[in-house]
Unconditional design. Sequence first.
Length: 365
Amino acid sequence: MKRTLLLICTLLCANVLFAQTTFVVGDLTYEITNGNEVAVADCNESATSVVIPSTITNEGQTYDVTSIGYGAFAWCNSLTTITIPNSITSIGGQGFYFCISLNSITIPNNVTYIGAEAFVNCTALTSIGIPDKIASIEESTFSDCFNLTFVNIYRGITEIGDYAFNNCVNLVLVSIPNSVTSIGKDAFNNCESLTSITIPNSVTSIGTNAFRGCSELTSVICRATVPPTLNDYYDADGDVSPSITNYVFPYPNNATLTVPCETSNAYASSDWNFYFENRIEEDCSVQAGIEEVTFEELSFYPNPSKGKITFNQTIERIDVIDIIGKILQTYENASEINIETLPSGAYYLRMTIGDKTIMRKVIKE
């Protein structure tokens, strides 16, 4: 009898505690995480457009909204747009899991953490920018985002986790900054619309199946002067085995591998030779030691533009690319371009500065 009473008392106390630490305002449920801080804990599943406030008041107490909790917006199938304030510093795992109608989201620069599977199956998303204060892209963060076409990973991120962009079948452009040291297994597996990828000098290891299903790859540019370790499967003799289907890159493939000046022999004697029969070495006379430029330092205007676009510095190479990944214009050592002859619509500018590739979206009026 005493045990039963104790259990009932415990449950009642837990309910009271829960009631004291959560409250609802509009479509959102908040959970008090600190004295004056709250996390978004849940959302009305019928909500279509949500604006998260930077502060929220309940019963006379004002709280700072600093995080989006685990699964806060999971399965909100009607949600199409969300506005996240700069006060948010973290997005929990499965935060937007299966938000199949979400087509627009901007992750604030103050966000330092995005949990695993945060955007799994956000099938309406077409582009995403990942801020530079985030150290790593966690496992399966953007897996199965079938309509994601453009990803801009800002400098500062050091790791692209396992399955991070797995099955993003329409991904045509991805910018990997020269801060990433490892690319996890299956990170870009089955990104079958990718035709080219640039791997920066900072990368030291690439996981099994990382680019395996990228069947349309025609160009792989690896800026690393020391060939990154490829985590393949080996046969009894210690060689990469053609009988194993767990490959880093598609095998066989017709892609061309471009490597830095005077590194061709190093790549030829590494596992990279197994995948790429077509290999070229960059010209040693190509401009070297270009001062690295951060995303914040590089700018151009106007955007939208009716034609001429001016940059705040000379760019080594600028490719104007349509949304399906086709290069329409190329400029070298340019500080100005002209897209006047292109039809109205959205395009991407792929800008190469030394071993960095930066991509930005531009609108032609």
